[in-house]
Design a binder for this molecule. Structure first.
Ligand SMILES: [Zn+2]
Length: 478
């Protein structure tokens, strides 16, 4: 009998730890997930708890830690206009549309926040023709269920489909309210009247081109715990306490827009709606990660998002890198290159916006010669910076223009249209285009970098001078 007691206690502890209301992780008191076999049950309990009908639950006790409590009792009713034709961040049919690290969807800001657990009422007068509407409570969907330890609750976002008439929505964690339009962007829809949102918390919002330092000062009086800084190409979400330090967000947002402009230009992307960035206590992967929104840590990245002097002086490799991921395409990012082609974007931002010499901006890029030696050594080092090095060496010979023209060429002539369906054919196409734009025979070099190069491409590029980079093997040596 005595042997049963520890078992019973363990079962009790497990039952307690899988009660979603009892999980209140903080950075000081993280929640350690149970052993692997118990995790699916816990994940299911959490998902069920986060799917309860609005009005049947209150604030989760962990909401005060993140995304934060709403201390004011003031609630507002507002008419919220939205653009029925803003569906994607780019034309998904374009041959240069990013398709590797992020989806194309776009959310629209409201400057409103749902208080944790409280029912927000959204009256929808009508749906635009051919459109569905969704509301997001919480400005990101980052999910920590896969991680061993949580310093915030693993799921804090909810979304609801909106129907014509009265909609009641709620999230035990609360969060910024965003609207999403779904439908076929090719069929334009006239507006169907604003949404009427009641029992919401006003949150500070600054829209570049519309707001002034005076209107921003007034906006900052709103009690919502998260602020929205909306540029044309980038939207930043930060805690209101951090946003208060900005007297005028204009130049900061212009700079963020410029970052996106440089990156969009590299691939010829016509941007229809901004990227989005959110800092959090804990994120699902890495130091930052790409996606919509792209995620980073509150400490230190929230301060860095807002520090214009630092962005100008040092740049931010991590921000440039994650936004770079959001531009990648499978036409020119091959196996093992996800962390390689992304840094074309980081390097160009470092060069054009920060003034670093070509190929610099990350400590790992200091010794280009050493990287090239390792890249082409035996065995070859295929680390991300080693693989990046030959592109930098090429850019030092030709500038970035041949690469830029190559990437932009996919807009009107994607691989599929050029008949390049499998990876080998796409590699060959990339080499042929790069060589033609650089007016250089790069066939041997790219072959040494592991690209498939056909005899036809070799023949076509053979009319140009042959170029190579230090430490790349000569053809006879391969
Ligand atoms: Zn990465």
């Amino acid at each position: 009998m005595r042997a049963l007691l520890p078992l019973l206690l363990a079962a009790l502890a497990l039952a307690q730890s899988s009660d979603p209301e009892a999980i209140v992780p903080t950075p000081k008191t993280p929640f350690a997930q149970p052993e692997a076999t118990a995790r699916p049950l816990l994940a299911r309990a959490i998902r069920e708890h986060m799917a309860k009908a609005p009005g049947t639950f209150g604030a989760h006790p962990a909401a005060a830690g993140f995304p934060g409590a709403v201390t004011s009792t003031e609630r507002v009713t507002r008419e919220i206009a939205y653009d029925p034709n803003r569906i994607h961040r780019w034309d998904v049919a374009a041959g240069n549309a990013p398709n590797l690290a992020t989806g194309p969807e776009s959310w629209q800001d409201t400057g409103l926040h749902a208080a944790p657990g409280e029912v927000v009422v959204i009256d929808v007068p009508a749906l635009p023709a051919g459109r569905q509407l969704k509301v997001h409570l919480g400005c990101h969907r980052d999910n920590l269920l896969r991680l061993d330890k949580w310093t915030r609750y693993p799921l804090i976002h909810r979304s609801f489909d909106l129907k014509v008439g009265r909609n009641e929505v709620a999230n035990a964690f609360g969060g910024l309210i965003l609207v999403q339009v779904l439908g076929d962007p090719k069929a334009k829809a006239p507006a169907a009247g604003p949404l009427r949102v009641s029992n919401a918390v006003a949150a500070p919002i600054y829209r570049l081109g519309e707001d002034t330092p005076e209107s921003w000062a007034r906006a900052l009086a709103a009690p919502g715990p998260w602020a929205t800084l909306a540029g044309k190409r980038a939207v930043l979400h930060v805690q209101t306490a951090a946003a208060r330090k900005l007297a005028d967000p204009r130049e900061l947002l212009e700079h963020w827009d410029r970052i996106l402009e440089v990156q969009d230009d590299l691939v010829g992307l016509e941007r229809l709606a901004p990227e989005r960035v959110v800092p959090d206590i804990q994120i699902s992967a890495g130091w930052m990660h790409s996606g919509y929104p792209f995620m980073c840590h509150l400490r230190p990245s929230q301060a860095h998002m807002l520090d214009l002097a630092r962005l100008r002086r040092e740049g931010d490799w991590g921000f440039f890198h994650e936004l770079g991921h959001n531009h990648q395409r499978r036409d020119w990012t091959f196996d093992g290159q996800v962390e390689v082609t992304v840094n074309w974007f980081s390097l160009i931002c470092m060069e054009q916006l920060v003034g670093k010499p070509l190929g610099q901006g990350h400590p790992s890029m200091r010794d280009l010669d050493g990287l090239l030696r390792a890249r082409f050594g035996t065995p070859a080092n295929l680390g991300p910076f080693e693989q990046l090095a030959p592109f930098v060496a090429l850019a030092r010979q030709h500038g970035w223009e041949p690469l830029r023209r190559t990437l932009r060429s996919y807009k009107d002539a994607p691989s599929e249209a050029a008949g390049a369906k499998d990876p080998a054919a796409r590699q060959d196409l990339f080499v042929r285009r790069y060589g033609a734009f650089a007016q250089a025979d790069v066939a041997d070099l790219f072959a040494a970098m592991g690209y498939a190069v056909t005899a036809a491409t070799r023949a076509e590029l053979s009319k140009f001078p042959r170029v190579t980079v230090p430490h790349a093997p000569e053809p006879a040596a391969r």
